[in-house]
Design a protein around this ligand. Structure first.
Ligand SMILES: Nc1ncnc2c1ncn2[C@@H]1O[C@H](C[S@+](CC[C@H]([NH3+])C(=O)[O-])CC(=O)[O-])[C@@H](O)[C@H]1O
Ligand SMILES: O=C(O)C(=O)Cc1ccccc1
Length: 242
């Protein structure tokens, strides 16, 4: 299957609707995320490498906010012969429908669940992946989710948390926002597309600082926390439950 090119924001609009993971977005999602998130393919590929190290036989590996399952597919490459269940969760029906189609010819079983990640039980987890999902939750609900994830993990398990981040320092915030836009331009997005999508994401994607993430992870109980990847205003953290 060839992926369709994202031109959702290419033509001028009178009013910009709030960004939503609807059918139009799901149809172009692989192209959209690849051209919008610096380091996306590295983060997805290393999610598999880390799952290989941490996934314990007989446990579950959760992909929370899985979209079309990129992180699940990456983990499955390594866990094929291990007795692990991959649970992929997303509350967008458009994403889940497409994910289910993709799973038809896939040799590894992935349980695809259409639900809000705040409403599911997280149990017996050795790997939990939150790749660019927490940023879409209302900030006041993030602590409770992280607490539930920690409680549902086995000792020695890993959480991979990837996010768009903001900077407390105004100069760094401006610099990294500009560099991110330059990255998008170099990938073929016009100034209009960048500006219109930025409006659509206003109050929908709410980035936090790395400090805020690290403090929340520590409060939840994670013992070792590290930023293992960062490019401009995108970062990925690893957190271990001891
Ligand atoms: N409350 C929620 N419950 C469930 N899903 C949610 C919720 N809120 C948002 N989502 C889902 O989280 C996903 C975020 S995209 C993840 C990319 C993927 N991880 C990837 O590595 O390719 C990141 C991005 O678009 O920047 C979407 O599919 C939403 O429907
Ligand atoms: O495109 C952007 O500006 C982003 O911040 C990343 C993104 C990628 C895919 C969907 C929503 C946001």
């Amino acid at each position: 299957m060839t992926d369709s090119r994202d031109n959702i924001y290419a033509t001028p609009r009178e009013a910009i609707d709030r960004f939503a993971f609807d059918d139009r977005v799901a149809a172009v999602f692989p192209d959209m995320i690849q051209r919008s998130v610096p380091g996306y393919s590295t983060i997805v590929a290393m999610t598999g490498v880390m799952a290989d190290r941490y996934a314990k036989a007989g446990t579950r590996c959760y992909d929370l906010g899985c979209s079309l399952g990129a992180s699940s597919f990456s983990m499955a490459q390594y866990l094929g012969d291990r007795n692990c269940t991959i649970v992929a969760v997303d509350n967008s029906e458009a994403m889940l429908t497409r994910l289910t189609e993709r799973l038809q010819d896939f040799p590894v079983t992935v349980d695809a669940v259409c639900a809000d990640i705040r409403d599911i039980a997280i149990e017996n987890a050795s790997v939990v992946v939150l790749n660019f999902t927490l940023q879409f939750l209302e900030p006041e609900t993030r602590d409770t989710l992280l607490d539930a994830i920690y409680q549902g993990m086995v000792p020695g398990g890993v959480l991979i948390l990837s996010e768009k981040i903001r900077f407390a320092d105004d100069h760094l915030q401006e610099l990294n926002t500009d560099l991110h836009h330059a990255f998008k331009k170099s990938n073929g997005y016009s100034d209009l597309e960048i500006a219109q999508k930025r409006s659509a994401l206003e109050n929908v994607l709410q980035p936090e600082t790395i400090d805020t993430h690290e403090q929340r992870l520590a409060r939840a109980g994670f013992s070792s926390v590290d930023v293992w990847f960062q490019c401009f205003n995108f970062a990925s953290l690893v957190a271990i439950k001891s």
